[in-house]
Design a protein around this ligand. Sequence first.
Ligand code: PSU
Ligand code: MN
Length: 319
Amino acid sequence: MLVDRTQLYNYVMELPLNYSTEVSFAIKNNIPIVALESTIITHGMPYPQNVECAKLVEAEIRAKKVVPATIAIINGCIKIGLNDDELEKLGQYSLETCEEEALKISRRDLSYAVANKKTGGTTVSGTMICAKLANIRVFATGGIGGVHREGEDTLDISADLNELSKTNIAVVCAGIKSILDLRLSLEYLETMGVPVLGYKTTRLPAFYSKSSPFDVNYQMSSAKEIASLIVAHDLLKLESGILVTNPIPEKYSIDYDEMETIIERALGELKSTGLRGKEITPFLLSIIGKLSGQKSLEANIELVKNNARLAADIALELV
Ligand code: PSU
Ligand code: MN
């Protein structure tokens, strides 16, 4: 069958990359930028807290005179930076009453979303790819995906880990969420050559809890030290990403064992649903939210803000 190339090219003629006014200004004036993901908005938190959280996180970055670039796909367009209206609309997709569905966009979903003019939140892996296209070096999120518990049987390993092995972006997070298998996730990162740094800690943070029984590779004492490592990583032309883990502030940290009990219950509920693939993480997040009350949501918001501040400090050191 003959394919009409001109028709194809007319459909997706060039990469639909669209910068917000604020981000364009930052690029022109050499102002540091921090990328933010959007699956946390579409699939990670309920409305309206998701939108409130996104705005608070952006405000933390702006307070440091750094520009936030929340990344998402809207009608097939890769948005680098969203305005308040776009944030609000994206947030409403998480409402059960919303008729349309937002996609959860990881590496494998990107080309589909662009070619079919879809709308969705980009995960850590999807956001890393878009940040790279936009030349943004530092990215802040809540927690990355990892090897799920019993992952050795299910092969449920988040695309985030694979992305970290091949896309050179520094990802600032509060560690790996304890719904996952932390030990296996660390092994995977080690195999893939991803340095796991701990900001002022030798222990791997466990998202809601400031520490876990596992060690990071290297403790970092300042944003400057992290920035130096990033520069060395670039000079060495290592193509892997860098994982910067930042413990949740003490005040909001939830006891590791207390979280473990809640997670066990959530995992029990998951088994009875038979859910698979990309629906698993959003399901677990919402059950944990319900089981722990406001506490986990509050912790979640505070840890993302904390990561945004550190990411901004690192971006400032890199100018
Ligand atoms: N962790 C959170 N909230 C989230 C996610 C992780 O606390 O919303 C999202 C991130 O976007 C991450 C994705 O990239 O879940 C991982 O999903 P999966 O496990 O299906 O790869
Ligand atoms: Mn998965």
